[in-house]
Design a binder for this molecule. Sequence first.
Ligand SMILES: Cc1ncc(COP(=O)(O)O)c(C=O)c1O
Length: 371
Amino acid sequence: MNAVRAIAERTGRHCLLLPSNRLGLYLALRHWCTPGQRLLMSPISADEILFLVLAAGLRPVIAPLSRRDGNIDAARADLGAVDAVLTTNLYGLPDDVTAFTGKIVIEDVAHAMETSLGGRPLGTFGQAGVFSLSKHPGAGSGGVLAVDDPADLHALERARDLLLEPGVLRNELIAVASSMARQAALRLDLVRPALRLMRALGMQEEREGYRIALRGPDLDLALKQAPELPPFDPWVQADLHDYRTRRGPLARWYQSRRVAKVPRERARRVAGVRRLAELPCAAPAVREQVEQPLFRVPLLVRERDQAIAELERNGVATGYLYDPPYDEYAPGFTEPSPEPEAARWWARHVLPVDPLYAARALPALERLTPA
Ligand SMILES: Cc1ncc(COP(=O)(O)O)c(C=O)c1O
């Protein structure tokens, strides 16, 4: 089944295929918000999310963070002071999305393709839900935007087409082959040599710690052109340089294959979540979500960097670390959280573990001290 049909069936919504989730978030923010509006967002999410919010001409208002789940602490956020909310659903743990009723709500469900809230799939609560095919499906890239009204879908489709760059078959072949190689390395327990090879070949994106370089003066110049997206490409592309490149039949065939695997992996994923939830260092909300096929299980550990190295020795790579929080990372470009401490603590200590590889990870995890 193709990716759009799968998400349409899950959400009961009208869906649009995209080369990435990040392009979909930008399109949704442009469609429902007006430049200059204030957008409440979590301090902990992928780098590109902050930059696409800036590209859309919005003012990022950084929310207090919940220590339970690493999402916006809705009870402590000043909802009266914002026009719109962008949820994160970090690692698949659901945001308290019903608390934002009455605001424009855009749901980033990149990590939450399989998460429900009160029996209702995430991605169906806000004006738009934006899925990522590189997360649960592991398709290397791809996104799906889900909306209620076909008229919105058509407007978003036209806006998408104006931003798409033409595809190049050779690049698409390389991208699909690299994703297949990554999946094979994981299955065959070859993560360590694969990571070493990628580092030797310079295939990993350059970072300062866990974030891409901010380049503040250049960002100031790009901001003068907001809400145009292309001036923000150097930031929004982060680790996916072809994030707004049109995909052809090969990528779509691969995405369909990978999306078809998601339901088949569901039971294994939930079993992994259950095992990891028993660890004393599991984030508190994980224990209430043991039936959800989370993307990653967040643990909160004292010695995170040592744990990452130990996991790598066991054949488990760690990714999706968003440290420091946005307001510390990009102070001049965000309205800071009134209570930054919880986010700082969470960003420093969280260790996201893939529940599909819980058995491989557990020997290293059982020795860890909770943060
Ligand atoms: C929370 C979150 N949202 C969105 C994205 C962007 O997804 P995509 O790579 O499909 O643009 C990521 C990517 O890592 C992510 O972690």
